[in-house]
Design a protein. Sequence first.
Length: 392
Amino acid sequence: MMLALVPALFVGTAQAVVGSSTVHVINGQPGGGGPAIDVWFDGVKLVDNLGLGQGIDIEVNADTPQVTACGAGSTSINAAGTCTGGSGNVGPALFVIHIGDGGNYTLVIIGADDPLNFTNDLGPTGLNEARYTAHNAAFGAGDFDVCINGVKVIENLDYGDSLAVSVTAVQGATYAISPSGPGCAASQANINFVAGTNFVQTIASSTNPSCAGGCVQVLFVGQGTVPNVNETVVFCNTVLSLAGVGGQLQALVGNVDPTSNATIIATQPSVEAMSDFVNSTTVILNAGDASVPDDIASAWATATAGLRLLLQTFTLAGFQLSNLPALAVEQIVEGANGGALPGVPDDLDVLGATTALGLFFADVCLVSPTPPGPGPDNRVVEVVVVNPRFTG
């Protein structure tokens, strides 16, 4: 069930534009009724014709924006928040939300009740752990329980409350949301809980707790790394190993036809091949994390961030590219074949980090011979850089 929703869930990273915050707006009117909505922030319409159960990310600059929800088709609002056009106001005429710079929030338009604005945790998870967050925005529906793999991880979550828990990263976990009661309800979906992500579920209805795809966000927040022991020789050899990943990625996905879902299915690599690539590349990244010297650690983390995001994406999709939007697959294929992503400028931080790694290798690694290892023998190093914004 949930794999079919992956394109809807694939809402991007947890990163906000510098100086702004990301607000995920959900049309969460209860009982399956209510119109599509427009949402105005400080007198500007930023959400247009959002259907029931749908969600959308917007960037908001103000710390305390005044927000008004109107029926779809609204043409203006006045100073008091009264809507003109459409079906009039949805809920209170004017309300204020509080957001912090660079944060991530979930704003649920309830209808008759005041909207709810939840804060999402962007802190990294533990190593090999995912975060699960539940927001109860189901007006009049009472408390809820959440079970993952038959274990009740959240119990008696009140309306208006939010709770985040750590879960072990796992593929295809059974998942159930239900009104509070003894035991666990029957599984409603299978979820890939990916290390370094925050799976955010907004409960907006008693009859459809998952509220369609709009009520789920997958935020890429990063995870802790293996313990570091500062072994320069081992790190140099790891950089050599990383040089081969680009060719492996091209061989894996470079010939995928991203024209449509059907062509992706016909040309995508096997689940086993995708899983093997993720696992083998993770071993290299872990080796680098364990051995990287302090003076190059920041550059190493920045230069490999995009590759880590790519591995998370493959894992989130269940190692099947057909579970991703065709545009995301097109960008992955383009990147694997060495092409620039259309409309995506170079990340100067990544370029600087890559340059710093190259200089470190030339100045340190080539001075003292590295021990034999899986890397190429010619010592020509090409750091694999994957643009972390490929998901659009």
